[in-house]
Ligand binder design. Structure first.
Ligand code: MEV
Length: 325
């Protein structure tokens, strides 16, 4: 028996970094996915196969003993084994587990590969143990995935795992779905500079510590901006929505998560974009731009050959899972 689950990548339209400090954010799930397949084995180990390599530890391992990016998987298995013991009178001993990750989400560029992986793994592993995860529902799935992500990134706001679970476009933390009335033509361009979300979040924490009053003002401005962006979307006002994205970029510049490459990319799209900004942690990674349909074919030349770019479609499914016999 195999348990297969997949979850989408994400973009942040508004509120990255500020959301860690309590503001709202707007996020959308997009049409790139990670698939996690898990099955029981007789090997007395937890084995994870991924693009990053293969990792294997004894089944008795606790996640706190694991010192790398595979920690969330061991955490999820620990959790499921404990829940199983708690829920079932006849606890079935599990010998081992094998997990395989297949992903078309680029790693470390702000598209939520790690969160999507935690969401897909939470669904795949809990479904393998219980084969009735549907009973848990999205809130419990999100909770499990966020706690798994916290084992490697304790400061996470939880926004990324939430949108990867629910899909569509959401306001965070309310998880209200946002129906976009206009066709968002979102271009994603990769600076090809890998970044580390944890380091960027720590950098912003330092900025906050040294500039408390200004940071608190910026959080208020961010919340106001998000309200205006939602109104613009309701009124089908693409121009204002784009302007708000560019205004958000100014706040991200001020908290120092941008760099020359990202600024050059943003400025190269100025003539054809209604709004452009970093998406995710910054310091590298990706930018997003709201581009009119008729201008999409001008993008590769303006950005230059050394940058990857693609147009993102909204994913409305969120996490999905099934059991294969
Ligand atoms: C990373 O995709 C988004 C951040 O706001 C961190 C978080 O919300 O956990 C930088």
């Amino acid at each position: 028996m195999k348990s297969v689950a997949s979850a989408p990548a994400k973009i942040i339209l508004f509120g990255e970094h500020f959301v860690v400090h309590g503001t709202k954010a707007i996020l959308a799930a997009i049409d790139k996915r990670v698939t996690v397949t898990s099955s029981f084995t007789e090997n007395k180990t937890i084995k994870v196969n991924s693009q990053l390599g293969t990792f294997e530890v004894p089944i008795s391992s606790s996640y706190v003993e694991v010192e790398n990016e595979f920690r969330p998987f061991v955490y999820l298995i620990n959790q499921c084994m404990q829940m199983k013991m708690f829920r079932d009178v006849f606890y079935r001993n599990v010998n081992g587990l094998e997990i395989t990750i297949d992903s078309d989400i680029p790693i470390g560029v702000g598209l939520g590969s790690s969160s999507a992986c935690c969401v897909a793994a939470a669904a795949s592993i809990s479904e393998l143990f219980y084969t009735r995860t549907t009973l848990f529902g999205n809130p419990q799935q999100t909770y499990l995935a966020i706690n798994a992500e916290k084992t490697i990134f304790p400061d996470t706001s939880g926004a990324d795992c939430t949108v990867c679970t629910y899909g569509g476009m959401i306001e965070y933390p309310s998880i209200e779905k946002i129906d976009n009335t206009f066709d968002l033509n979102l271009l994603i361009a990769n600076s090809m500079i890998p970044h580390n979300t944890k380091n960027s979040v720590e950098k912003v924490n330092k900025f906050k510590k040294n500039n408390e009053d200004r940071f608190s003002q910026l959080c208020d401005l961010e919340n106001g901006l998000i309200n205006e962006a939602i109104t613009a979307m309701k009124n089908n006002n693409t121009t204002t929505f784009g302007l708000k994205m560019s205004e958000n970029q100014k706040y991200l510049e001020e908290i120092q998560v941008s760099n020359d490459t990202l600024r050059d990319m943003i400025s190269s799209l100025k003539e054809i974009s209604l709004g452009t900004k970093i998406t995710g942690a910054g310091d590298g990674g990706c930018i997003i731009a709201l581009i009119k349909d008729e201008n999409m074919d001008k993008v590769p030349e303006l950005l230059g050959k050394d940058k990857e770019c693609f147009s993102a479609k909204l994913d409305t499914k969120g996490v999905v899972w099934k059991i294969e016999k």
